[in-house]
Design a protein around this ligand. Structure first.
Ligand SMILES: NC(=O)c1ccc[n+]([C@@H]2O[C@H](COP(=O)([O-])OP(=O)(O)OC[C@H]3O[C@@H](n4cnc5c(N)ncnc54)[C@H](O)[C@@H]3O)[C@@H](O)[C@H]2O)c1
Ligand SMILES: [Zn+2]
Length: 355
């Protein structure tokens, strides 16, 4: 297969390019080298990629049309990621993520490229799944600042105020994006579904959970929590853990995410319904708390033990863990890197330059 990987110079995209080449495929990389993702380079040099390299923005129709020549499938990773600095970032997120996706899909329609694998995200769910002993499945809304400030981190049953049991979300759980980034990731899926219906294409959205591993960007407002901890350790400081450290996440290694993309690209003709979008949670099925993750990294690094601060960020969800059974059953993918192995490697792995 000849595959266009948008965002192929990024953290996850570059691992996908490597995995594609290892599987005997050809990669075409298109990336705008956004300063938020590639901050140290004022005039970014082309990254060394295992494929054809195109420095362009996905919103550039002519560049995308040219990049699609001879391409069998598109693996769309290009996006602005993270929570950003504040709401003023909203137009930039919507531009890169949604206008960019629309331009890409229109160019695919024009070129007759019918296979798409999209970098989806668990952020589309908002809070994870919760059950109340009396009311069954409930959907707590965003947490109030007063509760967070008072150290009441766990959402309670909206009906009776009882503590809830967190569970695993499935792909059919209702969506509830809680911030601009999450909204743009959900809109990407809706656009891809509309494209698939309209042109008879096949779209797969891999809803990644918390991806970590070598090449993860250092701490910027756009980076993930594992990279904040790793950067603190590299400075000789203790990782600082927000809330009480008991927030649960599903940490998935970047090489496993890359392998999931290859599996989805190879299986798309059989595994994805025609003229529709199929979503797959892409996680380890081995949830851990953020505190456990900080401890695992600090121990493997040989650095100071984490400090739990009780600080919080509005808009963060408390627990979000998924069942990744569908991708195991339908695409035959399963993660190969365990939490312990992955965190031990990450504690010593190089990070991408930060600000
Ligand atoms: N890292 C995670 O934990 C995580 C979790 C869920 C989903 N995702 C998704 O995975 C994808 C890759 O994320 P990442 O963590 O590798 O981030 P990243 O910032 O390292 O990579 C994104 C790449 O896309 C490029 N890009 C952004 N906007 C572009 C545009 N308009 N045109 C061309 N290139 C553009 C950037 O320059 C960058 O190289 C994103 O779609 C993200 O939403 C990531
Ligand atoms: Zn209840």
């Amino acid at each position: 297969m000849r595959v266009l990987v948008t965002g192929g110079a990024g953290f996850i995209g570059s691992h996908i390019v490597t995995a594609l080449v290892e599987h005997g495929h050809e990669a075409v990389v298109l990336d705008a080298l956004l300063p938020a993702a590639h901050p140290t380079a004022t005039h970014p040099a082309p990254p060394s990629v295992d494929g054809e390299w195109i420095h362009a923005d996905v919103r550039d129709r002519e560049a995308v049309l040219a990049a699609l020549r001879g391409v069998d499938a598109v693996c769309h990773q290009a996006a602005m990621v993270g929570l950003g600095k504040d709401f003023a970032d909203a137009p930039a997120y919507v531009g890169c993520n949604d206008l960019g996706t629309a331009v890409l899909l229109a160019a695919m329609a024009e070129r007759g490229v019918r296979e798409l694998v999209l970098a989806g995200s668990m952020v589309v769910y908002g809070e994870g799944r919760y059950d109340c002993p009396r009311h069954g499945r409930v959907r707590p809304g965003p947490r109030a600042e007063a509760d967070l400030a008072a150290g009441r981190f766990d959402p309670l049953c909206p009906e009776c105020g009882t503590p809830l049991r967190p569970g695993l979300v499935g792909e059919d759980a209702p969506v509830d994006p809680r911030n601009v980034y999450a909204t743009t990731k959900l809109a990407q899926e809706h656009l891809a579904a509309a494209w698939a219906r309209s042109v008879g294409g096949r779209a797969v959205s891999l809803r990644y959970h918390n991806v970590y591993g070598p090449g993860m960007p250092r701490d910027t407002p756009y980076a993930g929590v594992a990279s904040f901890f790793r950067s603190a350790l590299a400075r000789g400081e203790a990782p600082t853990v927000f809330e009480d450290g008991n927030q649960r996440r599903d940490f998935i290694h970047v090489r496993d995410v890359a392998a999931a993309n290859v599996a989805a690209l190879e299986a798309a003709p059989d595994a994805a319904a025609p003229a529709a979008l199929t979503a797959y949670n892409t996680g380890s099925d081995d949830p851990h708390t953020v505190g456990e993750m900080a401890t695992a990294l600090a121990t493997a690094f040989g650095g100071p033990a984490p400090v739990v601060t009780g600080d919080y960020r509005l808009g963060d969800v408390r627990h979000i863990t998924a069942s990744s059974r569908r991708i195991r059953d339908q695409l035959g993918w399963r993660p190969a890197v365990s939490f312990h192995e992955g965190m031990t490697e990450f504690a010593h792995a190089p990070q991408r330059a930060g600000v």
